[in-house]
Design a protein around this ligand. Sequence first.
Ligand code: ZN
Length: 245
Amino acid sequence: MFANVVRESDCDNINMIDQIFSYREMCEQENVQTLQRGMNFRLNPNYSVILMSRRSNAPYQDRIFEDGITIEYEGHDEPRTQGNNINPKEVDQPRYSKHKTITQNGRFAEAVEKHQIDKTPPEPVKVYEKILAGVWYLKGIFDLVNYEIKNDGKRNVFIFTLKLSEHQETQGNGDIDLKHTRLIPSEVKKEVWKRDDGKCVLCSSTKNLHFDHDLPFSKGGTSLTAKNIRLLCAKCNLAKSDKIE
Ligand SMILES: [Zn+2]
């Protein structure tokens, strides 16, 4: 009986975290025509969305901590405007625009202040990460817990801290056990994606894919190598969980 309970929660994790999307599917998922910006405060009435990339050509310094569930996300630069020669990388990241409207940095910072001062629940942020051109995956829902303004040697930048949330669904009960959860590193994901050729390893479907762990973390599976991770489609994953009895 107990084993069944554990297994169901493992399936929930897999359904939500580690799903793979093309750019178009990601926009559909968020009900928008395009996702142009990396930071999208309250893109949905219930949560915000950020897009991250740690590829070598990425414009910002985003990183994941050793614990595997904490992210540092850099704020965004002054937009390039016609008619001035300011290099956005050489001026402070703004909280307010030239027209005195609040920027995305400002909105996220306000949400942190509200959480820390008024003790309201942290802002839920859905995080997508790009692993290759046109290949995104859902990293999960994170709590926006802190921000700092740091000098990067040249100028001041916003650094936001996000922690994987215990609540992994925007509706219903998708709570997870944080102690037994580790995010699969994106280098491993990239390796698995290439090895499995962007297809389900069982039926070769290219739709509704996710990264599947052969052995769930709660049963001692490790996330750190490509060996025990594979691409599975939603259909084959369902068939798999029916078979384990
Ligand atoms: Zn399949």
